[in-house]
Design a protein around this ligand. Structure first.
Ligand SMILES: *Cc1c(COP(=O)(O)O)cnc(C)c1O
Length: 222
């Protein structure tokens, strides 16, 4: 009931913005994912490949599974049969591994380039220079079974709204720059994944197209 109400509240808030809700289900049992599904949620975000691979067969096939945490190349095979989008692309090597496994399953896996935007050492992601190097490489051009559909970032854990706006604005700027330099002919390069329970409103104001929300829907993770 609470989960359902929360999801409906988010869907109402997103109506007309063009942005979509990624329901972050990490740590929560399958029953809660089913409840979210019944309420209409179709995009689920998990941060651990093993956990996602264990839950996926328990949910209907039309769920879009998004990996939002770091992916080690040796875990790619767990996800390759079903994952819709890997939001945490942080190396060419990871893209190559995804490409190889996606080809074996005759499918295309979407990826978002994860950028480092926070003023916190612990957060991960590419720098602008690293992203340009990746996109300019011949090895990248040869990939056939992965498709980059946008960018993702995690902002600093802070209540300083100016800082959050600046970080979200930076990611949006990266997206626009990449779009014009590398993806001008590719309409599917369209996603800016930013904003979580505590900061999604600011992210939406800065142009988010995918907000990733966990605790504001399920309560805090114990
Ligand atoms: C856990 C997580 C979220 C959701 O965080 P909440 O604060 O619970 O909404 C979003 N993005 C990433 C990358 C996460 O790891």
């Amino acid at each position: 009931m609470i989960i359902e109400n929360n999801i409906r509240r988010f869907e109402a808030e997103l109506a007309g913005t063009g942005a979509r809700l990624v329901v972050v289900t990490k740590t929560h049992p399958v029953e809660k994912l089913r409840e979210a599904y019944e309420a209409g949620a179709r995009i689920f975000g998990e941060n651990r490949p093993q956990e996602m691979a264990a839950k996926q067969p328990e949910l209907p096939a039309d769920v879009e599974w998004h990996l939002i945490g770091h992916l080690q190349t040796n875990k790619v095979k767990l996800l390759a049969p079903f994952v819709h989008t890997v939001q945490s692309i942080d190396s060419l090597r990871l893209l190559q591994e995804l490409d190889k496994h996606a080809a074996r399953h005759n499918r295309v896996i979407n990826g978002l380039l994860q950028f480092y935007i926070a003023r916190e050492e612990a957060k991960s992601g590419l720098s602008w220079e690293e992203a340009e190097e990746l996109l300019s490489s011949e090895a990248y051009r040869q990939l056939k079974n992965v498709r980059l559909t946008g960018v993702m970032g995690v902002a600093t854990f802070t209540e300083d709204e100016n800082q959050l706006r600046a970080e979200f604005g930076q990611l949006r700027g990266y997206f626009q720059e990449l779009k014009s330099r590398y993806f001008a002919q590719e309409p599917h390069f369209s996603e800016v994944s930013m904003g979580m329970s505590g900061d999604y409103r600011l992210a939406l104001a800065e142009g988010s197209t995918l907000i990733r929300v966990g605790s504001a829907i399920f309560g805090s993770r114990g």
